[in-house]
Design a protein around this ligand. Structure first.
Ligand code: GDP
Length: 475
């Protein structure tokens, strides 16, 4: 020690020097203690306190600058009575680890109450506990639980990224958590295989409690709208599927305007949604809008019947219509082709706008483009439905067993069932929802707003006219 101990007359003075240096220059100590010791040193150096004899300010300065940490620590530790003055190491460490683990939470716990870190400027050593942690390098970042989807889980991980390439993952995660919904309407004459097809498509039994009416009852029956909802889960993804059926459609002797209740139902769902989204609380709006309507065409006629044309023309601006050629197993392959051609021609001839598949992006791969083309050419989908599993060539398949053979529902050589399911569920479900929202609902909404505006203008004109009549009439 350069400041000779002989020149320090009071041991307490030496101790104060140690504490002051220790606290001020290493910033590990209590700042109040450092302040107190500093004030006392100042007083001593100004010869204001006893025990200052023989000490010069330059000696204090040299003492503070030259003494190394180890010497000071030892001195502070060995000095009698120092236990009460130096910092409670254990408590400080607890508090620090507490701060380290929760750098931004100001919650109070027992340790916080006993030791509070000062709020004045910190030394660089203590600052590291209060600043935000530096971003982890990509290799040190925890692996995403979404494995394959994480664009950073690649060999290029050693590059630095901002991280917004994970945005699709965040959307994916949120959507999966929320679940999906889809509302499908099936329309067409009864007995065309609508319920059988729906059950085959979603592998559920949605019509368990369906009551079939007798011929007499059917004559009297008007078109009804029924709803069946089911929650399906596949690979952790939840889908709330709602099937809207139209029993009684086309069953009456006179079927004029039997499309009306269907059109009204679709409009009611739009109206409900319009009300909900114009209301104050727009959270948890129940979306019952119909996203798609499978319209079943009989395989026994020659193309479209007047009822089919009427229905599709009345509804094509309200809902995505997907025409279906029902019970395709009752037709030979050339017959299926001929019927499909005829129906397509008539659809065009009557100006019916069935659901249009979106165009493929130019950068899509060839396989996808071919699949898309095949889908477009399959309209109307010629389908076969069955709820029974039969044995065909040693395999158990969903199909229909006839004395002359088996028709397999999922065999692309037998019908378009797989194409329809692929389109409906795997490739175009979201597009059907988007078109419903962006086109059909927007049309409805625009019409609503227009008629509301017209009403307001009419009312204002009526009031103006009444007022002017009053003015002109008064003497
Ligand atoms: P929906 O009234 O339109 O719902 O018709 P259903 O699904 O109840 O079917 C009526 C009848 O047609 C039932 O006997 C079904 O087994 C039968 N069926 C359903 N789909 C097909 C099919 O693709 N081909 C044939 N040949 N019969 C079918």
């Amino acid at each position: 020690m350069p400041a000779s101990s002989s020149s320090l007359e009071a041991p307490s003075l030496v101790f104060a020097l140690c504490i002051a240096r220790h606290s001020l220059f290493t910033a590990k100590g209590d700042p109040w203690l450092a302040c107190g010791a500093g004030c006392w040193l100042w007083a001593v150096s100004r010869r204001k306190l006893p025990g200052s004899c023989g000490i010069r300010s330059f000696q204090i300065k040299r003492f503070l600058e030259d003494t190394d940490d180890a010497e000071l620590n030892k001195f502070v530790k060995d000095f009698p009575g120092s236990e009460s003055c130096h910092q409670p190491e254990a408590k400080t460490r607890v508090s620090r680890s507490h701060l380290e683990s929760r750098p931004q939470t100001p919650d109070l716990c027992q340790d916080d109450l006993e030791f509070r870190p000062p709020s004045w400027p910190q030394s660089c050593d203590s600052q590291q506990f209060f600043t935000a942690p530096a971003p982890l390098s990509p290799s040190a970042r925890p692996r995403s639980p979404w494995g394959k989807l994480d664009p950073y889980d690649s060999s290029e991980d050693d590059k630095e990224y901002v991280g917004f390439a994970t945005l699709p993952n965040q959307v994916h995660r949120k959507s999966v958590k929320k679940g999906f919904d889809f509302t499908l309407m099936v329309a067409g004459e009864s007995g065309l295989g609508k319920s059988t097809l729906v059950n085959s498509l979603f592998l559920t039994d949605l019509y368990r409690d369906r009551k079939l009416l007798s011929a007499e009852e059917r004559i009297m029956q008007t078109v009804e709208i029924t709803k069946h909802a089911v929650d399906i889960e596949e690979k952790g993804v939840r889908l709330r599927l709602t099937i809207v059926d139209t029993p009684g459609f086309g069953d009456a002797v006179n079927n004029t305007e039997c499309w009306k209740p269907v059109a009204e139902y679709i409009d009611q769902q739009f109206e409900q949604y319009f009300r909900d989204e114009s209301g104050l609380n727009r959270k948890n709006i129940q979306d019952n809008r119909v996203h798609c309507c499978l319209y079943f065409i009989s395989p026994f006629g020659h193309g479209l019947r007047p009822l089919d044309v009427e229905f599709m023309k009345a509804l094509h601006h309200r809902v995505n219509i997907v025409p279906i050629l029902a019970k395709a197993d009752t037709l030979t392959p050339p017959e299926v082709e001929r019927k499909k051609c005829k129906i397509r021609e008539e659809i065009e001839h009557f100006g019916i706008k069935v659901y249009q598949f979106p165009d493929c992006d130019s950068d899509e791969d060839e396989d996808f483009k071919l699949q898309d083309q095949a889908l477009k050419e399959s309209i109307p989908f010629a389908v076969i439905g069955s709820n029974t599993v039969v044995e065909a060539r040693g395999r158990r398949v969903r199909g229909r067993l006839y004395p002359w053979g088996i028709v397999e529902v999922e065999n692309p050589g037998h019908c378009d069932f797989v194409k329809l399911r692929t389109m409906l569920v795997r490739t175009h479900m979201q597009d059907l929802k988007d078109v419903t929202r962006e086109t059909h609902y927007e049309n409805y909404r625009a019409q609503c707003i227009q008629s509301m505006t017209r009403l307001v203008v009419k009312e204002r004109n009526r009031k103006l006219w009444a007022k002017s009549k009053q003015v002109l009439g008064s003497p």
